[in-house]
Design a protein around this ligand. Structure first.
Ligand code: T46
Length: 132
Protein backbone atom coordinates (compact mmCIF):
# COMPACT_ATOMS: atom_id res chain seq x y z
CA UNK A 1 0.00 0.00 0.00
CA UNK A 2 1.25 3.47 -0.85
CA UNK A 3 0.74 6.02 1.93
CA UNK A 4 2.87 8.81 0.53
CA UNK A 5 1.04 10.98 -1.96
CA UNK A 6 3.10 13.64 -3.73
CA UNK A 7 1.86 16.63 -5.63
CA UNK A 8 4.34 18.26 -7.99
CA UNK A 9 3.93 22.01 -7.88
CA UNK A 10 3.97 24.06 -11.06
CA UNK A 11 7.47 25.43 -11.57
CA UNK A 12 7.16 29.05 -12.64
CA UNK A 13 10.81 29.83 -12.02
CA UNK A 14 12.95 31.60 -14.55
CA UNK A 15 16.46 33.04 -14.75
CA UNK A 16 15.63 35.22 -11.70
CA UNK A 17 14.99 32.22 -9.44
CA UNK A 18 12.33 29.74 -8.40
CA UNK A 19 8.60 30.32 -7.98
CA UNK A 20 6.18 27.61 -6.93
CA UNK A 21 2.46 28.09 -6.37
CA UNK A 22 -0.09 26.28 -4.21
CA UNK A 23 -3.72 27.11 -4.95
CA UNK A 24 -6.41 25.81 -2.63
CA UNK A 25 -8.92 23.64 -4.44
CA UNK A 26 -6.71 23.57 -7.54
CA UNK A 27 -3.19 22.39 -6.72
CA UNK A 28 -4.30 20.82 -3.45
CA UNK A 29 -7.72 19.29 -2.78
CA UNK A 30 -8.77 21.65 0.04
CA UNK A 31 -8.88 25.34 0.88
CA UNK A 32 -6.29 26.07 3.59
CA UNK A 33 -7.63 27.90 6.65
CA UNK A 34 -4.31 27.88 8.49
CA UNK A 35 -0.65 28.09 7.53
CA UNK A 36 2.24 27.37 9.85
CA UNK A 37 5.89 26.58 9.44
CA UNK A 38 8.45 24.67 11.45
CA UNK A 39 12.05 25.84 11.49
CA UNK A 40 15.14 25.83 13.69
CA UNK A 41 14.58 22.23 14.80
CA UNK A 42 17.79 20.48 15.79
CA UNK A 43 18.64 17.32 13.84
CA UNK A 44 18.52 15.34 17.11
CA UNK A 45 14.89 16.37 17.68
CA UNK A 46 11.86 14.59 16.19
CA UNK A 47 8.39 16.12 16.01
CA UNK A 48 4.82 15.12 15.27
CA UNK A 49 3.94 11.76 16.85
CA UNK A 50 0.22 12.20 16.38
CA UNK A 51 -2.64 11.74 13.95
CA UNK A 52 -5.52 14.10 13.24
CA UNK A 53 -9.09 12.91 13.35
CA UNK A 54 -10.40 15.17 10.59
CA UNK A 55 -7.75 17.70 9.61
CA UNK A 56 -6.29 17.53 6.10
CA UNK A 57 -2.79 18.90 5.67
CA UNK A 58 -0.04 19.25 3.13
CA UNK A 59 3.63 19.87 3.82
CA UNK A 60 6.46 21.18 1.71
CA UNK A 61 10.10 21.71 2.63
CA UNK A 62 10.58 25.23 1.29
CA UNK A 63 14.18 25.12 2.52
CA UNK A 64 16.49 22.32 3.63
CA UNK A 65 15.46 18.72 4.21
CA UNK A 66 13.67 16.47 6.67
CA UNK A 67 12.03 13.06 6.78
CA UNK A 68 8.28 12.53 7.07
CA UNK A 69 7.00 9.19 8.32
CA UNK A 70 3.37 8.26 7.64
CA UNK A 71 1.66 5.30 9.31
CA UNK A 72 -1.90 4.06 8.83
CA UNK A 73 -1.70 1.59 11.71
CA UNK A 74 -0.62 -1.24 9.41
CA UNK A 75 1.96 0.19 7.04
CA UNK A 76 4.70 2.77 7.65
CA UNK A 77 6.44 4.76 4.93
CA UNK A 78 9.11 7.44 5.16
CA UNK A 79 9.79 10.10 2.58
CA UNK A 80 12.89 12.26 2.35
CA UNK A 81 11.58 15.77 1.78
CA UNK A 82 14.13 17.80 -0.12
CA UNK A 83 12.29 19.87 -2.71
CA UNK A 84 10.35 23.15 -2.52
CA UNK A 85 8.51 21.92 -5.61
CA UNK A 86 6.99 18.80 -4.08
CA UNK A 87 4.11 18.64 -1.61
CA UNK A 88 3.38 15.67 0.62
CA UNK A 89 -0.21 15.14 1.72
CA UNK A 90 -0.95 14.32 5.37
CA UNK A 91 -4.50 12.94 5.35
CA UNK A 92 -6.65 12.56 8.45
CA UNK A 93 -6.18 9.40 10.53
CA UNK A 94 -2.56 8.97 9.51
CA UNK A 95 0.02 8.88 12.28
CA UNK A 96 2.93 11.13 11.33
CA UNK A 97 6.40 11.88 12.61
CA UNK A 98 9.12 14.22 11.35
CA UNK A 99 12.78 13.34 11.77
CA UNK A 100 16.30 14.40 10.73
CA UNK A 101 15.71 18.10 10.20
CA UNK A 102 18.58 19.88 8.49
CA UNK A 103 19.74 23.12 10.12
CA UNK A 104 18.18 25.19 7.33
CA UNK A 105 14.93 23.23 7.19
CA UNK A 106 11.74 25.25 6.92
CA UNK A 107 8.74 22.93 6.73
CA UNK A 108 5.64 24.79 5.53
CA UNK A 109 2.30 23.21 6.39
CA UNK A 110 -1.12 24.17 5.02
CA UNK A 111 -4.08 22.94 7.05
CA UNK A 112 -7.75 22.62 6.14
CA UNK A 113 -8.95 24.00 9.47
CA UNK A 114 -8.08 26.16 12.44
CA UNK A 115 -6.05 24.79 15.34
CA UNK A 116 -8.07 22.43 17.54
CA UNK A 117 -6.24 20.31 20.12
CA UNK A 118 -9.22 17.93 20.39
CA UNK A 119 -8.58 16.89 16.77
CA UNK A 120 -5.19 15.43 17.78
CA UNK A 121 -4.59 11.80 18.74
CA UNK A 122 -1.26 12.00 20.52
CA UNK A 123 -1.04 8.42 21.82
CA UNK A 124 0.00 5.74 19.34
CA UNK A 125 -1.83 3.08 21.40
CA UNK A 126 -5.02 5.13 21.31
CA UNK A 127 -4.56 5.60 17.54
CA UNK A 128 -4.22 1.84 17.05
CA UNK A 129 -6.93 0.71 19.43
CA UNK A 130 -9.69 3.26 18.93
CA UNK A 131 -9.30 4.57 15.45
CA UNK A 132 -8.29 1.71 13.16
C1 T46 B 1 1.21 18.49 12.52
C2 T46 B 1 2.67 18.56 12.29
C3 T46 B 1 3.07 18.36 10.85
C4 T46 B 1 -0.91 25.95 18.12
O1 T46 B 1 -1.29 26.55 19.14
N1 T46 B 1 -1.43 26.27 16.91
C5 T46 B 1 -1.03 25.66 15.76
O2 T46 B 1 -1.54 25.98 14.68
C6 T46 B 1 -0.03 24.63 15.86
C7 T46 B 1 0.42 23.91 14.60
C8 T46 B 1 0.48 24.32 17.08
N2 T46 B 1 0.06 24.98 18.18
C9 T46 B 1 0.64 24.65 19.50
C10 T46 B 1 0.36 23.26 20.03
C11 T46 B 1 1.58 22.97 20.86
O3 T46 B 1 1.41 23.50 22.15
O4 T46 B 1 2.06 24.73 19.35
C12 T46 B 1 2.69 23.75 20.15
C13 T46 B 1 3.59 22.86 19.31
O5 T46 B 1 2.78 22.02 18.46
P1 T46 B 1 3.10 20.47 18.23
O6 T46 B 1 3.84 19.92 19.38
O7 T46 B 1 1.83 19.79 17.84
O8 T46 B 1 4.10 20.59 16.97
P2 T46 B 1 4.58 19.42 16.00
O9 T46 B 1 5.68 19.97 15.20
O10 T46 B 1 4.81 18.15 16.73
O11 T46 B 1 3.30 19.15 15.03
C14 T46 B 1 2.90 20.16 14.10
C15 T46 B 1 1.39 20.38 14.15
O12 T46 B 1 0.97 20.70 15.48
C16 T46 B 1 0.63 19.16 13.70
O13 T46 B 1 -0.73 19.48 13.49
O14 T46 B 1 0.51 17.76 11.82
O15 T46 B 1 3.28 19.76 12.79
Amino acid sequence: MKLIEFIDLPDLGDERGGLSVIEGGITIPFMPKRIYYIYGTDSSVSRGFHAHKELEQMAVCVSGTCEMLLDDGVYRETVHMNSPKQVVMIPPMIWHEMHNFSKDCVLLVLASDHYNESDYIRSYQEFLVNYR
